[in-house]
Design a protein around this ligand. Sequence first.
Ligand code: HEM
Length: 273
Amino acid sequence: MFAVLKHLFKLQFLIILIAVFAGIYYPQILEKIKSLIFEISSSSDNEPIAVKFSAENDIQLFSKAALAKFNGENEDEPIYLSILGSVYDVSKGRKHYGTGCSYSYFAGKDASKSFITGEFQEFDENSDDVMALKPSEVLSLYDWKKFYDKEYIFKGLSIGRFYDKNGAKTEYHHKLDAIANQALEDKITSNKNLEAYPSCNIEWSEKTGTRVWCTDQSGGKKRDWIGFPRKYYEAGKEDYRCACIETSELNSPNLKPYENCDPLSRTCFYKVE
Ligand code: HEM
């Protein structure tokens, strides 16, 4: 009897010790358990992994292999595609993305670059590498993503270039966001400039060379003034464009008159040698 009590006491002591230990190291233990669970669930590379993003939201993370299963080859399975690391169910567009259809190339993968280059033949591990695109092209790619947000069902994120295995945005993605934001600002500025400095009409003939001229609606902007053609060097751009300029703006430093053209003529001619 005494021996049994002694054992029970030892057991109780051990439990208290474990509880104290767990209390002190609880966060580390929790992290360890979480990473263990993650390792176990990602050991099967073929299935999407559900990761808790917030109390209400689980999000599916797709490895390349898990995404590839939704490539449209099986008529009974949905079709998924990924753009900028976001995965969409595009099954309702099966006539575009189904096997043998015009855009089947995009099914079951992230081929973000091809949305801009239009190259739908060869897919490789760089088909989602969009860093070499021009800023304006990066912006167009973000517009494509907006299209999928609007038209199709968001299913989760693909692990790789744009999101890591915890579903966090990669450095690469943050860098791309910055490029897209800058491109958007430049576009807004450029549009404002087009309003303030509307483009000239332009035509070319072998005999006379290039002719630029202003009317009260050149550049697609109906207005109550006509303006004079000037070479307009927009900030941040190497080249100039022909803009119609109001009298009050003629001395602006980023405007240059056309050579051999009266500064107050509505039409100028020039030849590119
Ligand atoms: C960079 C080049 C291009 C890309 C990335 C592209 C991509 C796409 C995609 C993804 C769709 C399916 C949209 C959806 O889910 O509803 C689509 C549809 C379509 N594309 Fe393209 N496309 C390109 C060039 C072209 C060109 C050059 C033409 C015409 C000559 C064209 C004609 C069409 C047509 C007619 C549709 C179907 C529209 C509909 O039925 O709703 N595309 N394109």
